[in-house]
Design a protein around this ligand. Structure first.
Ligand SMILES: NC(=O)c1ccc[n+]([C@@H]2O[C@H](COP(=O)([O-])OP(=O)(O)OC[C@H]3O[C@@H](n4cnc5c(N)ncnc54)[C@H](OP(=O)(O)O)[C@@H]3O)[C@@H](O)[C@H]2O)c1
Length: 365
């Protein structure tokens, strides 16, 4: 075996810059190939990162045959993730899958079955699990600082538009599908994460009820929160409702809520709240029985989940954890099987819009 695990990064866009950086920094991995739809995109990423001697491809199946590939990092748009994952699993590679993993339950089942058959390791990029504030809150919960958690809430408040390159796919009902899938799955995952007591454990959703609404569906008008101005979408109207609100009941008795906005008129925010019978966390503020003389919130100085910029996301922590899982032959807490539980909340919400009734989970048996 080579001295380092070889990484193939597939889909040479925005998020791939951070996957390449994280795997280049990890002492046990080396980026050996980059593939994309266009050769020049793959080449540009290699040049930017100063990578010499890397294979450059515009075809995943040929790239998978590149010498020394152990891990495939899938950074393509969401509608391509299922076929990419199945191909990588069949080739026997460990896989990083960007969120959302798939646009339908059937695709998710195919991916799960291919990964099970191939017995490869996976991680899905719910990268906020490595955010320092998330780690602090999880450690507080595991230490009993909040007592028994009974309610967990995470919201995703964003205004997506054609100022993001990926919006060319995200705005479409076929390729983006819903706010929960495109970006809100991060918040669903966060609420699951804080609903479980274990430091490296997320709770199992067992029932979902949801509403959708908002104001942007069918409109091309968008608010650019980077330039503080209204403009027209360069790629067409948003084809689905821009607000989804979901209530989740977990197997351990915790109740949760997530609201996902794609039309909020403000800079990006990701508010959190966790309530226990001995304390409460609101973002980076804590009220706890471990501070008996407390008469105001204790504020934890930390890195907040308050940016949509991939440069701000803790991909290094995620990839270091995954490499460690591969080397120590153990599963990640954020593997495909676990991520399916997060995605099922989004699919259950869609079922609920049709029936108006609560939906029992799991959906995939
Ligand atoms: N975990 C996170 O926090 C996070 C953050 C941002 C994005 N993401 C996710 O990462 C994924 C990519 O997002 P992004 O913002 O990086 O998008 P992006 O900038 O549009 O990059 C996607 C790249 O994939 C390539 N591509 C498109 N279709 C392809 C195909 N059929 N086969 C091969 N390559 C193809 C395109 O390459 P060419 O230039 O060659 O056409 C494009 O550059 C999405 O699922 C997104 O939700 C996750």
């Amino acid at each position: 075996m080579a001295d380092k695990l070889g990484v193939l990064v597939h889909g040479a866009g925005w998020v791939s810059t951070q996957h390449i950086k994280a795997f280049s920094n990890n002492p046990h991995t080396r980026v050996v190939a980059i593939s994309s739809r266009k050769l020049e995109s793959a080449r540009m990423r290699a040049d930017e990162a100063g990578l010499k001697d890397v294979g450059i491809y515009n075809d995943l199946n040929r790239a998978l045959k590149h010498r020394g590939v152990d891990i495939v990092s899938i950074c393509t748009p969401q509608h391509v993730h299922p076929e990419n994952t199945v191909a990588a699993a069949r080739a026997g590679k460990h896989i990083v899958i960007e969120k959302p993993v798939a646009n339908t339950l059937a695709e998710m089942r195919r991916m799960r079955d291919a990964v099970r058959r191939a017995k490869v390791r996976t991680i899905v990029s719910f990268v906020l699990r490595w955010n320092p504030l998330f780690q602090t809150i999880k450690s507080l919960i595991a230490d009993g600082a909040l007592g028994k958690v009974y309610y967990s809430e995470a919201d995703y408040q964003h205004h997506v538009g054609s100022f993001y390159k990926g919006y060319v796919d995200w705005h479409s009902a076929k390729r983006g599908v819903s706010p929960f899938l495109v970006g809100g799955c991060h918040a669903v995952d966060a609420a699951r994460w804080f609903a479980a007591k274990g430091e490296f454990e997320a709770a199992d959703p067992i029932e979902v009820f949801a509403y959708k609404g908002g104001w942007r569906k069918g409109k091309t008008i968008q608010y650019n929160p980077y330039q503080f101005r209204w403009e027209r979408s360069a790629v067409g109207a948003l084809e689905y409702d821009d607000l989804e609100v979901v209530l989740v009941r977990y197997g351990n008795g915790v109740v949760g809520k997530t609201a996902v906005h794609f039309g909020s008129i403000m800079p990006y925010q990701f508010p959190l709240a966790v309530f226990g019978d001995k304390g409460t966390v609101k973002d980076n503020r804590i009220w706890s029985h471990i501070f008996p003389g407390q008469h105001d919130w204790v504020t934890i100085p930390s890195v907040m989940p308050d940016s949509a910029d991939v440069k701000h996301h803790p991909f290094q922590g995620e990839m270091d954890h995954f490499v460690d899982c591969i080397l120590s032959k153990r599963e990640s807490h954020c593997n495909l099987e676990d991520a399916i539980k997060t995605h099922e909340v989004a699919f259950a919400a869609m079922q609920c819009y049709k029936t108006g009734r609560p939906v029992r989970l799991p959906l995939l048996r």
